[in-house]
Design a protein around this ligand. Structure first.
Ligand SMILES: O=C([O-])CC(=O)C(=O)O
Length: 173
């Protein structure tokens, strides 16, 4: 299991680090899953009101095994902050939990809030929106994305807890 470090402690230790190494996401995300604290290496998707690649990601294996134990990954979705469509709902959230993802962070919306609430996976998004997307296989994956103005790169480490979310170019200890 990945150690979940307190974001406040990480900020105390790294607040003067260069933004290439350490970034803090703006405090505009709501918590929708049962896992309030999560951390892991980042995988990215960029899409606009089309969650085809979000579905493909959460349907795939969300972890890898190391000699120190299992490491769950964090899917970071640049949805351009759209409040018009939901990029993840109960089915995709359940897939993320089942496939061992540590968390899903969406710069956009989710739906099926009651179904997401008990899932053992971190889920952060801007808001709830009942409208789904049209899946038309549009989007990009494994690229640097901007989440609320903050760069997040594939392979960065994301740490989330009740105080917020931080991103580091290296795993932190
Ligand atoms: O499939 C979708 O577009 C989102 C959804 O409703 C779900 O994950 O259950």
């Amino acid at each position: 299991m990945t150690a979940c470090l307190a974001t406040c402690d990480l900020c105390d230790a790294h607040k003067n680090a260069s933004p290439e190494l350490f970034r803090v996401l703006p405090p505009v995300f709501r918590d929708f899953g049962a896992r309030r604290t999560f951390a892991g290496p980042v995988v990215t998707v960029k899409c606009f009101e089309d969650n085809s690649l979000v579905k493909a990601a959460v349907d795939s294996c969300g972890f890898f095994d190391t000699p120190e134990g299992r490491v769950g990954k964090v899917l970071v979705v640049d949805g351009a902050g759209s409040l018009r469509r939901a990029l993840l709902g109960g089915n995709l959230g359940a897939a993320a939990a089942r496939n061992g993802w540590a968390g899903v962070v969406i710069d956009g919306c989710v739906r099926d809030v009651a179904e997401l609430a008990p899932l053992d996976v971190g889920i952060r998004a801007l808001a709830a929106m009942p409208l789904p997307t049209e899946k038309q296989n549009q989007g990009l994956k494994d690229l640097a994305v901007q989440i609320q103005g903050v760069w997040v790169n594939p392979g960065d480490w994301l740490y989330a807890d009740e105080d917020g979310m931080v991103v580091s170019a290296q795993p932190l200890s």
